[in-house]
Design a binder for this molecule. Structure first.
Ligand SMILES: Cc1cc2nc3c(=O)[nH]c(=O)nc-3n(C[C@H](O)[C@H](O)[C@H](O)COP(=O)(O)O)c2cc1C
Length: 381
């Protein structure tokens, strides 16, 4: 294992192992990437408020998320096509998540099918659903997720059409990825990745195999826009899924109090405050900045989670202090995956666990329920 002491180390190692086209797909955001930067900067504007001389000899960061026990308040956000980053992709992620005692949200666009992931998983899985055009396809995926044992259905509502990611366009990123001349030249320096790419399974969204056509490489967002995503979807579709899915339902991609209330009215149990890690619409507010008003509006009628820019244990604690029940991470675990497969994901989760534990101790709080708004100072503008 390479030296990985911080999430930034994981990113550095991922950059070293991945061809540029793949690293930039992982790392990048929409347009000018200002949403992506805002997510990160928001954490610097909130400072912590410690209490000293408190008995913190026993500490506990376990909690429950929509009824499921987790050993740390960090969940793995849904991300597509994990085989781009490591040979066995989502299977490696699922193993690491189960061992760490946390939840993996399997993306509709996963490169291993939901059944394959469920076969490798030892922990709790959620399924993330996109609002496809075809209701029969949605019903089929919902049924498969249920049979695979997923506990929660999480509908991503923030992609009426795909974002524009200039780095992917410039690099000629396609699904499945095709190594043109320049990409090949760059990839040749990344032996480990190229070996996996050449000998591994074709990297496509396997849940859609036999449903969608993948005969040739097309620009990824063009494909999704044209064939899959439903820009006509409304809250009626969420109400329909509410009837279809018997377990807890969450929506991901809420960043206003008004939309959070609409979601609650549709009977959702969980709200993920998210701007898709800055990968869809540029110019959105940082998720940490809108979290408190959403928590206030929801007023306990649903559990509120957040993602976007979580890179340190202190970030997780700040989000919890501002009302989140737990945080999701996207890029951090993918960097771990790209750096060292299952061990890399495990290490990333371990880094978060250690940092959260240390932060609790140094803040004078022994458990997550002690982390309320008194744990942060007012923001520095
Ligand atoms: C490579 C990549 C693929 C993603 N794929 C999906 C997806 O298929 N479905 C989804 O709801 N969100 C997807 N996301 C967004 C994440 O679920 C999450 O909202 C975001 O990564 C959180 O921000 P962070 O990366 O700063 O932690 C993806 C993010 C990345 C980086």
């Amino acid at each position: 294992m390479h030296k990985m002491y911080s999430i930034e180390d994981a990113r550095r190692l991922a950059r070293r192992r991945l061809p540029r086209m793949i690293f930039e797909f992982l790392d990048g955001g929409a347009d000018d990437e200002s949403t992506l930067r805002s997510n990160l900067e928001a954490f610097d504007k909130v400072t912590l408020n410690p209490r000293v001389m408190v008995d913190v000899s026993k500490r506990d960061q376990a909690t429950t998320i929509l009824g499921d026990h987790v050993s740390l308040p960090v969940l793995l956000a849904p991300t597509g096509l994990n085989r781009l980053f490591w040979r066995d992709g989502e299977l490696a992620v699922a193993r690491a998540a189960g061992k760490a005692g946390t939840i993996l949200m399997v993306s509709t666009a996963s490169s291993c099918s939901i059944e394959e992931v469920a076969g490798a998983a030892t922990g709790v899985l959620w399924f993330q659903l996109y609002m496809w055009r075809d209701r029969e396809l949605i019903a089929l995926l919902v049924d498969r997720a249920q049979k695979a044992g997923c506990h929660v259905m999480c509908v991503s509502v923030d992609v009426p059409i795909m974002g524009k990611r200039p780095r992917d366009l410039r690099n000629g990123m396609t699904v499945p990825p095709r190594l043109g001349f320049w990409n090949l030249l760059d990839a040749l320096r990344r032996h480990g990745w190229v070996r996996d790419y050449l000998t591994g399974q074709e990297i496509i969204p396997r849940n859609l195999l036999g449903i969608a056509q993948f005969d040739n490489a097309v620009s990824m967002s063009a494909y999704i826009n044209k064939k899959l995503i439903n820009p006509g979807a409304t809250w009626d579709n969420i109400r329909w899924i509410r009837e279809l899915w018997k377990g807890p339902l969450a929506v991901k991609g809420i960043i206003t109090a008004e939309d959070a209330l609409r979601a609650v009215d549709c009977g959702v149990n969980g709200i993920v405050v998210s701007n898709h890690g800055g990968r869809t619409l540029d110019g959105l507010p940082a998720t940490l900045d809108v979290l408190p008003e959403i928590v206030r509006a929801v007023d306990g009628r649903a559990e509120v989670f957040m993602d976007g820019g979580i890179r340190y244990g202190t970030d997780v604690i700040k989000a919890i202090a501002l009302g989140a029940r737990a945080c999701l991470i996207g890029r951090p675990y993918l960097w771990g995956l790209a750096a060292d497969g299952e061990a890399g994901v495990a290490r990333v989760l371990e880094i978060f666990r250690e940092e959260i534990d240390r932060t609790l101790a140094q803040l004078g709080r022994s458990k997550l329920s002690d982390v309320d708004s008194s744990a942060v100072r007012s923001r520095i503008e």
